[in-house]
Design a protein around this ligand. Structure first.
Ligand code: GZL
Length: 312
């Protein structure tokens, strides 16, 4: 795990809160598993770097291990930071360390993924409605296939709220309104491009051209699947339609090239909102329990025009 003072000199601070005129924030990031994650990290570090006189950011990269995130949170508590931000890699296993933070008078801000803990253990969740994202992906998939077809699903990290809810939103919508769409295989690709390609290769070996669509819980896995589809001699975007979530530049390039069809946007540029919430909490203010990201749905027909405007 890298625990680096990402921006500014480390400010010794003890006691219940930093007692320091600077806003001292600890952020326990998941890792670098996707382009989306890298964009979020950049947003957080860039904002802190632009405000060195008022923000002291301590940043930890947990390399996708929950135990590293927990270690980082404990170290932030030791340091007596003002606020702790965390993108929980999985939903469960947070009660004890969040209780330690609460007992130390340090608020927890959940960023981009939820934790299944009592509401009293965190100040707010800044992030998307993953169920809505899954539902929208299902509607788009069904429209692309004219309501009928066998599809496969590449799921995100096992236990992650973004994976759990994108799966639930998608499957509930299909079951309720699109009886002709059949999910013939579903497996985790851990939100990474490499694993997404590997799993898609195995799906293609088993089902071949029976597969008419792939739903990826993120664009990175869908981009891996596109590589596998091409290597199997099929055309992504037409033989097999591609629907995924995030809205990273790479999927816009694939859509513009006719190799993907839809991406449901999930905004990673949460740095400004995150630090705004942290300052409010440091100043004793209150925040909404869920600060929901606004996001759109982007399709191949506008991808080339959209691409220059994309910020991540
Ligand atoms: C969503 C975030 C997810 C992205 C993936 O808020 O947690 O994690 O959709 C990333 O790309 O790995």
């Amino acid at each position: 795990m890298l625990l680096a003072v990402a921006c500014g000199p480390s400010t010794p601070s003890g006691g219940k809160s930093s007692g320091n005129e600077k806003l001292v924030v600890g952020f326990a990031q998941i890792g670098q598993e996707s382009g989306w994650r890298d964009a979020e990290t950049a947003s957080i570090q860039f904002y802190a770097g632009q405000n060195l006189d008022t923000i002291d950011l301590k940043f930890a990269d947990a390399q996708q291990k929950q135990e590293n995130q927990i270690k980082a949170i404990k170290s932030f508590i030791e340091m007596g930071v003002d606020v702790i931000g965390v993108a929980p890699v999985v939903e469960t296993g947070w009660d004890a360390v969040f209780t330690e933070a609460k007992d130390a008078g340090i608020p927890i801000v959940l960023v981009d993924r939820m934790a299944s803990v009592d509401e009293s253990l965190y100040a707010t969740f800044i992030g998307s409605d993953f169920i809505e994202e899954g539902k929208n992906a299902a509607i788009e998939m069904s429209a692309l296939l004219g309501g009928t077809g066998k599809i496969v699903q590449l799921e995100g990290t096992v236990g992650a709220s973004a994976a759990n809810d994108r799966k639930k939103g998608f499957e509930d919508e299909i079951a309720a309104n699109h009886p002709g769409i059949e999910i013939i295989a579903s497996q985790t690709g851990d939100f990474t491009r490499a694993k997404g390609k590997e799993v898609m290769e195995s799906f293609l070996k088993t089902y071949g051209s029976d597969i008419k669509g792939i739903y990826g819980h993120n664009d990175d896995m869908a981009l891996g699947a596109i590589e596998a589809i091409k290597e199997a001699g099929l055309k992504p975007g037409s033989d097999i339609v591609v629907v995924s979530v995030d809205g990273v530049k790479g999927i816009f390039e694939a859509m513009a090239a006719g190799e993907a069809n839809v991406t449901v946007e999930c905004n990673p540029l949460l740095g400004p909102q995150f630090f705004d919430v942290c300052q409010t909490l440091k100043d004793g203010g209150t925040v909404e329990k869920w600060i929901k990201s606004d996001e759109g749905i982007f399709r191949a027909d506008t991808a080339a025009a959209d691409l220059p405007n994309r910020k991540y």
